[in-house]
Design a protein around this ligand. Structure first.
Ligand SMILES: Nc1ncnc2c1ncn2[C@@H]1O[C@H](COP(=O)(O)OP(=O)(O)OP(=O)(O)O)[C@@H](O)[C@H]1O
Ligand SMILES: [Mg+2]
Length: 395
């Protein structure tokens, strides 16, 4: 699975579609799907409106395109939860149409698109799945969702469920508010389990993320943040595509100015993503639309390389254990020590970088260890655990 992300308008859909077209041309059964509600894959492939639908549609040999119909999925998977929310809002005296609007959770469309990705990945029908993600911020936030919810699902929900079961008859009568029934809890739990599976798939060995950018300072700044945040949440970034590079030959003054400015930013791109392949794609004289133009663009991007070359190295998160303890390593590229905050909350390690926080549930082997120290070195957070002598004496 290859995910393409980056700031709005930099060419994510174009590069994702091109990569998929190249993979299909190379003999792979390929699906490209968009999680962005503003579907533009159909436009990139130059398909007539309505030709590409909610099911994979073949646009060239072995190349399938899908634009997930989140509304449809929403109705299927959230029906139970939504029915409950509606019943509460009804008691609250809200107009049913307004209530219907309120229960459409912002960002839900992308989450549901990720559930579709899970189904397609599990179907075994594809050699490659290329995902055209929404612009950076949302994708990151949503990818972190299952983990953020995990704490609630594992600790609070089971208790709540028991309490509510016991109190339901009394409370319903007293407050007039319907209590969530088992179907609501079941639906929530099922959804959560599925989202966790999505996360596991996307942070596993068969998935990686490519960052698309254009050589501009503002875009680079966001790409750098994305790199750090993706690593924080355990997603492997395996490359960068610098798109819309002005050709230097035959430039007039105006273009020469841009060529110089872009060169400067490209140098900083190389420094920022040292160790990752940085691929280039020229600014074309027209929009690359259609399978042929997209394949040509991708050929230039990957040059002679395999567009599907597996990411090198281990994932950004790993644990190595020795005789007296263990070291947990989390790569946090482009981050200095002062920007990282670390705390322990029971079995969870809480890592904060800027406005992003990740709860890492420690494996049970580590949970009984004490943290002996931590440091940030060469873009990596290292947390050292030692066996706790207090525990050994049984106290
Ligand atoms: N190398 C290029 N040369 C010329 N035009 C390009 C190039 N790459 C992309 N474009 C054009 O730029 C526009 C934006 O590209 P695209 O839709 O792929 O960006 P995006 O990052 O997916 O945008 P969004 O954030 O809206 O999803 C499109 O019209 C596309 O055809
Ligand atoms: Mg797009």
């Amino acid at each position: 699975m290859l995910l393409f992300t980056g700031k709005g308008g930099v060419g994510k859909s174009t590069v994702a579609a091109g990569t998929a077209a190249l993979a299909a041309a190379g003999g792979q059964r390929t699906l490209v799907l968009s999680t962005d509600a503003a579907h533009s894959l159909a436009d990139a492939f130059g398909c007539a409106p309505g030709f590409i639908g909610a099911e994979p549609t073949e646009v060239a040999d072995r190349l399938f395109v899908q634009q997930v119909d989140a509304q449809l999925r929403f109705e299927q998977s959230w029906a139970d939860i939504q029915r409950y929310l509606l019943s509460i809002l009804d008691v609250a005296g809200l107009d049913p149409v307004a209530a219907e609007e309120l229960t459409v959770i912002p960002g839900a469309e992308e989450v549901l698109a990720l559930l579709e990705l899970r189904l397609q990945a599990l179907s075994g029908a594809w050699d490659v799945i290329v995902v055209d993600c929404a612009p950076t911020a949302e994708t990151l936030r949503l990818l972190a969702l299952p983990e953020a919810l995990g704490w609630y699902m594992h600790r609070v929900l089971p208790v709540e469920r028991r309490v509510i079961k016991a109190l339901r008859p009394v409370l319903s009568r007293a407050a007039g508010v319907p209590m969530p029934g088992d179907t609501v809890f079941d639906a929530l739990e099922r959804l959560h389990a599925e989202l966790e599976e999505v996360r596991a798939l996307l942070s596993g060995p068969d998935a990686s993320v490519r960052i698309v950018l254009t050589p501009e300072n503002v875009v680079l700044a966001e790409a750098r943040r994305a790199y750090t945040t993706l690593s924080l949440f355990g997603y492997r970034v395996d490359g960068v595509v610098a798109n819309r590079i002005f050709p230097a030959e035959g430039a007039d003054d105006w273009r020469a100015g841009w060529v110089m400015a872009q060169d400067e930013v490209l140098e900083r791109v190389a420094e920022s993503f040292a160790g990752l392949p940085i691929r280039r794609s020229a600014y074309r004289p027209r929009e690359p639309v259609g399978v042929e133009a997209l394949t040509a663009l991708a050929r230039e991007v990957y040059d002679e390389d395999d567009p599907l070359a597996a990411a090198k190295g281990r994932g950004p998160f790993r644990i190595s254990s020795g005789e007296h303890g263990a070291v947990l390593r989390l790569s946090l590229p482009l981050v200095s020590r002062a920007e990282v905050d670390l705390a322990r909350n029971g079995d969870d390690l809480v890592v904060t970088v800027g406005s992003y926080r990740r709860l890492i549930t420690l494996p049970s082997g580590l949970a009984r260890y004490r943290i002996a120290g931590a440091r940030v070195e060469q873009g990596e957070l290292q947390v050292r655990f030692v066996e706790d002598p207090v525990d050994e004496t049984g106290r």
